[in-house]
Each structure stands twice: as C-alpha cells, then as structure tokens.
Design a protein. Structure first.
Length: 157
C-alpha cells in the first residue's frame, strides 16, 4: 500500500473497546484494515442501490428436482441468460432436493431479474442473489478459450 492518506478518527472509549473486540474476533491485525473494510462494505451497499451498477456475485437455488419440469425450466432460463452466468455448481442434497449456485456478472437490475425468474419456477424453494460491487471490466464468455491441455484464458474487454 504505497499511496495512503492518514486520517484521525475520534471515538468514545466504550465504542473503541467494542470495535477492538470485534476486530480481534475477526482476526484483523490492524484497525486500519478493519476501517478500510467497513468503508468498502458501505460503498458496496450504496452501489447495490443503483440498478445499472456492475456487480458480481451468486444466485443460490434450492429446489425439488421431482416437481414438474423444474430442471427444464431452470435450464431454459439459464441458457437464455448465459451472458450473465460464468459458472455453476450443482449439489444433490438428498433424493429430492438440489442446491445450485450460479456465479454471475452483470448489472444489479439484470442479476435481480435473473434471480426472480429462477426463483419463481415451480419447485424452487429459494432463489437468493448475493451481489458485490464489481470493479472488473465487462465479462464476456465469447472470449473464453479452452486449450487441449485443459488450461484456459479469458480476454476481458
């Protein structure tokens, strides 16, 4: 961290003691890093209020794969929105329920709409988006190249 600006913060002793306890439990080495994370979290929460803000995150689905055509409907939606979905993981929780986690990149509006459309499919018990502020360039699957040896590269515009 070559370029930092030092600031002073005034806190009541009781508040500082509680803060020190919190950061010790969380494993922070310095107060400065804890303050930076609090600021980042506040800025992320603010960013998530903007529908056109670019974000990354996950959409977590829990569903009963025996209900109607739930698997087919989920696949249709995911294929139609493939430009938002970078990857997914699918876990069988038991004989009926599946947990699926989609890694997503897009705007707040796009990710909310995707989560809503997936979550509203009959048989889906839960469709929860978790979004983080994204400082990455546009994410484009079209430039994702796999090599014969299994390695791959991404070109981000």
């Amino acid at each position: 961290m070559d370029n930092v600006t030092r600031i002073g913060v005034s806190l009541e002793p009781d508040l500082l003691a509680k803060f020190d306890d919190l950061i010790a439990r969380k494993g922070y080495v310095t107060r400065s890093e804890a303050f930076r994370d609090l600021i980042r979290d506040a800025l992320t929460r603010e960013t998530l209020q903007e529908d056109d803000a670019k974000v990354c995150g996950t959409v977590t689905l829990l569903y009963n794969h025996h209900k109607g055509d739930v698997k087919e409907r989920l696949m249709e939606i995911q294929h139609a929105q493939h430009h938002l979905i970078s990857s997914s993981i699918h876990v069988h929780q038991d004989l009926e329920r599946c947990l699926e986690v989609l890694i997503v990149f897009g705007t707040v509006r796009e990710i909310k709409k995707l989560a809503d459309s997936l979550g509203s499919v009959r048989g889906v018990a839960s469709g929860i988006p978790v979004m983080l502020s994204s400082e990455i360039e546009d994410h484009d699957h079209q430039d994702h190249v796999h090599r014969d040896d299994g390695s791959h590269r991404h070109r981000h515009n």
